[in-house]
Design a protein around this ligand. Structure first.
Ligand SMILES: Nc1nc2c(c(=O)[nH]1)N=C([C@H](O)[C@@H](O)CO)CN2
Length: 117
């Protein structure tokens, strides 16, 4: 299966369940694996057939910074839904990490897979 990948997309936003978290920005780090047939883009060296990782990254940053969110689970679902609905991606794996959220952990996070290949 071909994929287009995004690694370490860093998004500063209002995220968390506690009152103090609603007053600050924190960083989320998102990894995406998106199923995409890359053959047409490669065959014609043609951007029109490519799934543009830059466009996806910009859209997700806008989406996730629109409103405060409590759970990183919600972020993961929003990302998966957006990529599938707006970019016609049939399957996606989304990892959302919240570094520094737990004192003695380097990072914590969630991972989901949605759709079918
Ligand atoms: N499964 C989750 N657990 C927790 C979350 C979360 O989003 N998903 N969030 C918090 C707090 O916001 C935490 O990040 C503050 O340090 C706690 N547990």
């Amino acid at each position: 299966m071909d994929k287009v990948l995004i690694r370490g997309l860093s998004i500063d936003t209002v995220i968390g369940i506690y009152e103090w978290e609603k007053q600050i920005h924190q960083t989320l780090v998102i990894d995406l694996d998106m199923a995409w047939d890359n053959r047409a883009a490669a065959a014609g060296d043609d951007y029109e057939h490519a799934l543009c990782y830059e466009t996806v990254s910009n859209r997700l940053t806008a989406l996730i910074t629109e409103d405060p969110i409590e759970l990183i689970e919600t972020v993961a679902e929003m990302v998966a839904r957006c990529v599938m609905d707006e970019f016609n991606v049939p399957w996606v794996k989304v990892t959302v990490m919240k570094p520094g959220a737990v004192k003695h952990a380097q990072s914590v996070g969630v991972e989901i897979e949605r759709g079918h290949i």
